[in-house]
Design a protein around this ligand. Structure first.
Ligand code: ZN
Length: 146
């Protein structure tokens, strides 16, 4: 009976918290994410993104982060972040257009960010990208609330 309960608990938890409200995305030395879209279920209250940098280069040369904004804000977010340097993860402190961002990662590092799903709208297009100068055109993808 005990093992049944334990099994049920594991099953129940994995069912409720299935990886629906979180995802892992990889970035590489060739400036690619391994996902071109991320779907966020509207049933989640928060959503967690973990970025795994599978590259071999240090963050000051080939650093990658994961930044989320409205698609229409993305270029301005990158532009304003560029001058902030690695110390600020190439994101302007307090930039309200940034919905979520991880720190910049280097070789074999990972970083996570959790954000409130209530900030997202099904009517809006969202873009995630690396804000390291020059990387956004290669490292980007669409995020949708579903
Ligand atoms: Zn990058």
């Amino acid at each position: 009976m005990k093992s049944f309960v334990a099994l049920f608990t594991v099953f129940f938890c994995s069912f409720v918290f299935a990886d629906d409200c979180s995802t892992t995305i990889e970035s590489s030395d060739t400036m690619r994410y391994n996902k071109s879209t991320i779907e966020v279920p509207s049933s989640c209250s928060t959503f967690t993104v973990t970025l795994q940098n599978t590259g071999t280069l240090p963050k000051n040369i080939m650093g990658h982060n994961w930044v989320l904004s409205k698609e229409s804000d993305a270029k301005a977010v990158v532009k304003d972040g560029a001058s902030q340097g690695l110390a600020n993860d190439y994101v302007a402190p307090g930039d309200k257009r940034v919905i979520a961002n991880t720190k910049v990662t280097g070789a074999k590092e990972s970083a996570s960010v959790t954000f409130d799903v209530s900030q997202l709208s099904k009517d809006e297009d969202y873009l995630y990208f690396c804000s390291f100068p020059g990387h956004m055109s290669m490292l980007n993808g669409k995020l949708k609330l579903i």
